[in-house]
Design a protein around this ligand. Structure first.
Ligand SMILES: *[C@@H]1O[C@H](CO)[C@@H](O)[C@H](O)[C@H]1NC(C)=O
Ligand SMILES: *[C@@H]1O[C@H](CO)[C@@H](O)[C@H](O)[C@H]1NC(C)=O
Ligand SMILES: *[C@@H]1O[C@H](CO)[C@@H](O)[C@H](O)[C@H]1NC(C)=O
Length: 129
């Protein structure tokens, strides 16, 4: 009896994980990055034209995608004159491993949502405010 309940619980968790995995895709990454772009201050207009749905997201400046899942795995926005606060939407980049926002003009806190990123191994954010 107990075993059966455990099996049901495991099956339900797997179902939830599967649903979460299938619901997130490259479009999720794109929304997260466009939300990021809309919320930061881009003093030198580095992102303005290039971070656009006219181009494949994996070719956007500062973005690297993994070959296996074709999802955003690294974001390197160091030293490109960005300001404002780092928006929580980066927490939607499920496959992110590396985040480099050093040498900009960001202030405030890193968003708690980054804690959702189970693959994140590397963050560099020095030389900001
Ligand atoms: C990505 O997922 C959304 C639902 O979250 C879906 O509407 C969309 O069609 C998917 N896009 C691709 C390219 O699979
Ligand atoms: C990000 O890019 C800068 C400039 O090209 C480079 O110095 C830095 O090492 C890169 N960061 C990562 C984590 O690769
Ligand atoms: C991404 O994250 C933000 C804030 O954390 C949230 O409000 C939004 O609904 C998320 N978007 C998607 C497409 O998951």
């Amino acid at each position: 009896m107990v075993k059966k309940k455990e099996h049901i619980a495991v099956a339900m968790s797997l179902g939830i994980i599967l649903a979460m995995t299938t619901l997130s895709n490259l479009t999720t990454d794109q929304s997260a990055l466009l939300a990021f772009k809309a919320r930061v201050v881009d003093y030198q207009s580095v992102l303005t034209n290039i971070w656009s749905i006219s181009y494949p997201i994996c070719t956007w400046i500062g973005i690297s995608c993994g070959s296996r899942h074709q999802r955003v795995t690294a974001l390197n926005l160091s030293d490109i004159g960005l300001g404002g606060t780092i928006p929580p939407h980066l927490g939607n980049l499920t496959f992110l491993v590396s985040l480099d926002v050093a040498h900009n003009n960001f202030h405030g806190h890193l968003p708690n949502e980054l804690g959702q990123l189970r693959r994140l191994r590397f963050i560099r954010f020095g030389f900001n405010k």
